[in-house]
Write a protein that binds this ligand. Structure first.
Ligand code: COA
Length: 347
């Protein structure tokens, strides 16, 4: 229990203690501000030095390319050619190291973050905060996956009401918008999310916005059940995705590594492949459902009674999602496979 002074003398003594403590707080705060200034200076120095090195490395790469092109006239011997190849490989490693360093340094926001948040620094300065932010992003997705599952179930099975559908689509617009902002912050903090997954959320925001404006009518009702069942299935797949991705995140953290592309530990690799091969059939089923939605909407667009522009817009966006998702998922799996092969060869 806190001590509370009763008499005047006790009050006086308490005030003197508080005065002393206040002085200490002021000193600590002064030191904190001084350190902050030092940190800011170090950050500027580091960012400047990295920018200069990057520029010089770019010039050196161009010169090395020139040397290789004029190989015969420059009379390079085999050792020189090997040295050039080694230098090029080190330049690539150095560029990757700079990207890693930059994820701990403040930088200017991209256009999207600048428009949404203004010019505020979103770089988190230590690994723990980066991990906590990523973890929170995954949990945010999980909570909304559950909410969207319940919502789509209610619309699909319990109530057939256009206003409720509009609320559902509004929630989707908000959710996808929020994801794009959070993902841009994650990328600023060194996450290797592929550009397509972020773009995929821009397309999904657009699509949900179009669905929101689609007026009730025969065509809307024709597509409604297919759309809501698709949403139910998508939430289910997102739940599986959460399980896989948060599993990767925690295992990587436990191993003290940042990116799974760098991981050599066999236990992690085998867990990842088991998770991925379990997830992939569900993911591809979802992607092909997007193709099916696109075709259904295109067939509806060809009906003489089709007057709504939303039909063709949604058909196109489902087609874009289908193609991008299939291509990117295959690319991710291929990269992981090649990475795994390289690691096994090196062992
Ligand atoms: N959304 C957001 N972030 C994603 C992502 C996605 N769909 N896919 C990968 N990432 C992130 C990872 O968390 C990781 O982040 P980090 O660098 O901060 O640790 C980074 O991108 C690199 O991940 P990568 O190793 O390339 O892939 P992965 O093993 O984490 O996931 C898949 C691979 C195929 C399972 C995943 O990309 C995926 O689920 N894709 C399908 C998404 C989809 O189609 N959704 C719609 C239908 S439900």
């Amino acid at each position: 229990m806190l001590f509370s002074p009763t008499g005047y003398t006790e009050c006086l003594r308490e005030w003197e203690d508080l005065e002393k403590n206040y002085q200490q707080i002021q000193d600590t705060h002064r030191l904190y501000k001084q350190k902050l200034e030092e940190v800011t200076k170090l950050q500027d120095n580091c960012s400047g030095a990295i920018a200069r090195q990057r520029k010089k490395l770019k010039e050196l790469t161009a010169s090395l390319e020139g040397c290789k092109e004029n190989h015969s006239t420059a009379k390079l011997n085999p050792e020189d050619v090997d040295a050039i190849a080694e230098m090029e490989s080190s330049i690539k490693d150095r560029t990757d190291a700079f990207s890693e360093m930059e994820s701990f340094l403040p930088k200017k926001n991209g256009l999207y973050l600048n428009l949404v948040l203004g010019n505020v620094n979103v770089t988190l300065l230590n690994k723990q905060s980066k991990f906590a932010y990523k973890d929170e992003y995954e949990k945010f997705k999980l909570v909304f996956t559950v909410i969207l599952f319940v919502f789509s179930f209610t619309c699909r099975v319990l109530f057939s009401d256009r206003t409720l559908d509009a609320l559902f689509n509004f929630l989707l617009v908000w959710y996808y918008c929020t994801l794009t902002i959070r993902e841009s912050v994650l990328i600023s903090n060194g996450s290797r999310i592929k550009g397509w997954w972020v773009f995929h959320h821009y397309v999904s925001t657009f699509q949900s916005g179009v669905m929101l404006t689609w007026p009730d009518g025969a065509l809307y009702q024709m597509f409604r059940n297919q759309f809501l069942t698709y949403c139910l299935y998508q939430s289910f797949v997102q739940f599986l995705q959460y399980y896989y991705q948060s599993g990767c995140l925690y295992r990587l953290r436990a191993l003290g590594e940042k990116h799974n592309m760098d991981i050599t530990v066999e236990g992690f690799q085998s867990w990842m492949w088991r998770g991925l091969t379990f997830l992939l059939p569900f993911l591809f089923f979802c992607h092909f459902w997007q193709l099916y939605n696109s075709i259904t909407l295109f067939q509806m667009f060809q009906l003489p009674e089709c007057k709504e522009w939303q039909v063709v817009m949604c058909s196109c966006s489902y087609m874009v999602l289908f193609m991008g998702n299939v291509f990117t998922t295959l690319e991710v799996v291929y990269q992981k496979y090649m990475n795994n092969q390289d690691k096994s060869k090196n062992l």
